[in-house]
Ligand binder design. Structure first.
Ligand SMILES: Cc1ncc(COP(=O)(O)O)c(C=O)c1O
Length: 463
């Protein structure tokens, strides 16, 4: 059906010259292959991969359409499949259908979020969406934000702005305070900022995995004595291993008292803040200076769709603006390459916008509630006599048979991960306070109670 394209090598791009039927044929075929892959997912499991998978490189002559579709099929058949109901390892849920469309449109548009003149409608869309999120979480009119590819980069945007705001850009004594359970990417952030691990100060967590506020106060006092200058404190809204939430209200009070920038890493839990789901601490997040919200991690907006929301947009403008001498600007419209680390950026925000418009607030809440319900179902039915269980208010559970030494835990978790994948359940194996655990992330809308029961039976049998 698509063979006719093979001899038409001059058709490289869509155009207004009547050649687009070919593109439609190709898109239909690609869509068919993608949907077949989704349909086959039950058969092939969450992580099919053939060691003989070949990464074919370009030939002298371009390959035929048939070759390319066969390449696509081979790629898909050797890929992690997020729609499989046993895909429970990470914060990578199935893709929302309208986000898939959004990705297609973003690619087809090929607009550039660097500048308004290269993406007028999408620039306004991103600005409006950030303001919409900001309003939802209780920020005022000076708020706004910027999209970036994932939590790491949103956090980095925030930390660079925080340090700039504190006037500590070139101060080697500047430090960042995070909890000991904060995400490992903060190590990377400090390195990128020209700091080292001694500039990343860890605050102890309590038995629930939440930042210990007494320890925070003590650490701040010690920093003052040691002439270390704190440019930001990070509260985590949903830790990676157990979904714990730091005491945001208390931390925000400390930050106000000491005049320190509060950044909330809401990569996992931030999206809950635009719903009415009652989770402690969420109603204080408007006390922060900045917050990362990463809808790709639970509600299935496709990667990447992370946002940094700030209470005051001038903090981003003052930090990142350099002027873009080769770009025409328009009064009162900020070129979005001037308010974050990235320059050229795709029009990715379309998939966030379409995804959110498609779901509406009720749909968003439904997806989030369902993830909590699956988590609760899992916890309700897992054998509490056998397992120690770590879980906060969100949809993540880490667990381990009671009484294992770190060495036993290493081998038990490794064996279980391998055994479970053969049964089509993909769990992860995080290292947490010197011990390995098994972790389930209940963000997969396709996972039903019957799948969880099956998983629990396997876990029980393997004891
Ligand atoms: C709490 C938290 N913050 C930040 C990140 C980094 O996000 P990304 O991988 O999207 O850069 C993660 C990743 O899982 C996370 O769990």
């Amino acid at each position: 059906m698509t063979e006719d394209l093979i001899n038409k090598k001059d058709i490289y791009f869509p155009s207004s010259l009547g050649t687009n039927d070919n593109l439609i044929t190709l898109l239909n075929r690609a869509t068919q292959i993608l949907c077949d892959w989704y349909s086959k997912s039950e058969k092939y499991g969450p992580l099919p991969f053939d060691d003989n998978f070949k990464c074919l490189m370009p030939d002298e002559d371009g390959n035929s359409t048939e070759d390319l579709f066969s390449d696509i099929e081979s790629l898909l058949n050797n890929s992690f499949n997020p729609v499989h109901p046993g895909s429970l390892a990470h914060l990578d849920p199935p893709p929302l259908i309208f986000s898939i469309l959004g990705d297609l449109i973003a690619a087809g548009l090929n607009n550039n979020l660097l500048a308004y003149e290269l993406s007028p409608s999408v620039t306004l869309l991103e600005e409006s969406l950030c303001k919409w999120f900001a309003k939802k979480i209780g920020f005022n009119d000076s708020s706004g934000g910027i999209a970036a590819s994932g939590g790491t980069l949103s956090n980095l945007n925030a930390l660079i702005a925080a340090r700039h705001n504190a006037g500590l850009v070139s101060d080697p004594n500047s430090v960042l305070l995070v909890s000991e359970d904060a995400h490992s990417s903060f190590i990377k952030c400090t390195r990128i900022m020209g700091l080292n691990e001694s500039n990343l100060v860890r605050i102890k967590t309590d038995n629930n995995g939440c930042m210990d506020i007494q320890n925070l106060r003590k650490t701040i006092d010690k920093c003052f004595i040691d002439n270390k200058k704190i440019f930001a404190i990070v509260a985590t809204l949903g830790t990676t291993v157990r979904g714990a939430i730091d005491p945001i209200k208390d931390i925000s009070e400390v930050c106000k008292e000491k005049n320190i920038w509060l950044h909330i890493d809401g990569s996992i839990g931030g999206i809950f803040a635009i719903t009415s789901i009652p989770i402690e601490g969420l109603n204080s997040i408007n006390q922060a200076n900045s917050i990362t919200i990463n809808p790709q991690k639970i509600i299935g907006i496709t990667k990447t769709s992370s946002l940094l929301i700030v209470s005051n947009m001038s903090s981003l403008e003052n930090t990142f603006s350099t002027g873009l001498p080769y770009i025409s600007s328009k009064d009162k419209i900020i070129n979005r390459g001037e308010i974050g680390i990235q320059g050229s950026r795709p029009a990715e925000v379309i998939k966030l916008w379409l995804g959110l418009r498609f779901l509406g607030l009720i749909g968003i809440e439904n997806i989030l509630q369902s993830s909590i319900k699956r988590k609760e179902f899992f916890i309700e039915h897992i054998c509490k006599k056998k397992f120690e269980i770590y879980s906060g208010p969100l949809h993540i559970v880490s667990f381990l048979p009671k009484g294992l030494t770190p060495k036993d835990a290493y081998f038990w978790t490794q064996t279980k991960v391998n055994e479970l994948i053969k049964k089509n359940f993909m769990l992860s194996r995080p290292k947490f306070k010197d011990k390995y655990y098994l972790r389930v992330v209940m963000g997969n809308y396709n996972t039903k109670d019957s799948h969880i029961e099956e998983l629990l039976r396997f876990l029980d049998d393997y004891q």
